[in-house]
Design a protein around this ligand. Structure first.
Ligand SMILES: [Zn+2]
Length: 275
């Protein structure tokens, strides 16, 4: 959940298709292919604006396979290994290193190798439910890291559901987010977060009292609130505005009862001895 600059100009993406025109198999399809791509660009990749194009028997499967034959080299390899990402641009997990097709290539093989449709992501996002789910009822679709610039701002938080000693974690759009973006974020959160998210939240939550005890000798309500806000700023800086850690700390920072629970737990925590 992050806004990224487009990795290529529209002309740069179209050049890949135009080069294929030299091949007699592809030549009859190039004009329609470019037209489909321009619809994608104009509609920001929205599945409500872009319909799959039927290029005829056998063409889609070859478009689909182009990604496999080209994925390990050149520009796609550089995109997969993009440096400087603080978290997965799709789900906010701490992992990167894969590429996700924004519009899945089984439904939209014509965009399998178009870089505007390829987003750096974690393995979970590349292989998970996104591959089968394209959208919900309009306007419910996935956030597009290249075409949704509003995703550069904070867009979600994690609500801590009591009992706090055995808390569960509910991801939700920030209350101030307006429709349709709030609907888009809801759909996105419902579909990209898996079991690893729940485990990560539980781990982070249970480690916070010890961290607070380490860093805050007074453990008053005000000092714990201050520490949580510092942790939130650190998570935003180091993991990204919409990373898992930032969303959890944002939820805690807005929940006085959760902060009081952490304060009580910190008071009772016995720290391991210094080495
Ligand atoms: Zn991810």
């Amino acid at each position: 959940m992050q806004h990224l600059p487009l990795p290529v100009t529209a002309a740069g993406d179209e050049a890949v298709v135009n080069e294929l025109a030299e091949d007699a198999f592809w030549a009859p399809h190039v004009a329609d292919w470019i037209a489909a791509y321009r619809t994608y660009q104009a509609g920001g990749g929205s599945p409500f604006a872009v319909s799959p194009h039927n290029f005829g028997a056998g063409v889609g499967s070859r478009q689909y396979s182009l990604f496999d034959s080209r994925g390990g080299s050149g520009e796609l390899r550089r995109m997969r290994r993009k440096e400087g990402l603080k978290s997965c641009p799709v789900c906010g997990s701490p992992v990167t290193g894969n590429l996700d097709h924004y519009l899945p290539r089984n439904a939209y093989p014509e965009f399998a190798i178009m870089r505007a449709n390829l987003v750096p992501a974690c393995q979970h996002c590349n292989s998970g439910v996104k591959g089968k789910t394209i959208h919900g009822g309009n306007p419910r679709r996935f956030i597009h890291p290249y075409f949704d610039p509003w995703a550069a701002q904070p867009i979600w938080l994690v609500e801590i559901i009591p009992p706090y000693k055995a808390a569960t974690f509910r991801p939700r759009p920030l209350p101030e987010l307006q429709a349709p973006n709030s609907e888009i974020v809801s759909f996105h959160l419902e579909n990209v977060l898996g079991i690893q998210f729940d485990l990560s939240m539980a781990n982070h939550w249970s480690s916070l009292p010890g961290q607070l005890k380490m860093r805050d000798e007074t453990l008053t309500s005000a000092s714990v609130t201050h520490q949580v806000n510092i942790e939130l700023i650190l998570a935003r800086l180091s993991k990204g505005e919409n990373s898992w850690d930032a969303a959890l700390l944002r939820g805690i920072a807005s929940d006085a009862a959760a902060i009081e629970h952490l304060r009580q737990e910190a008071i009772g925590t016995v720290l391991p001895p210094m080495a």
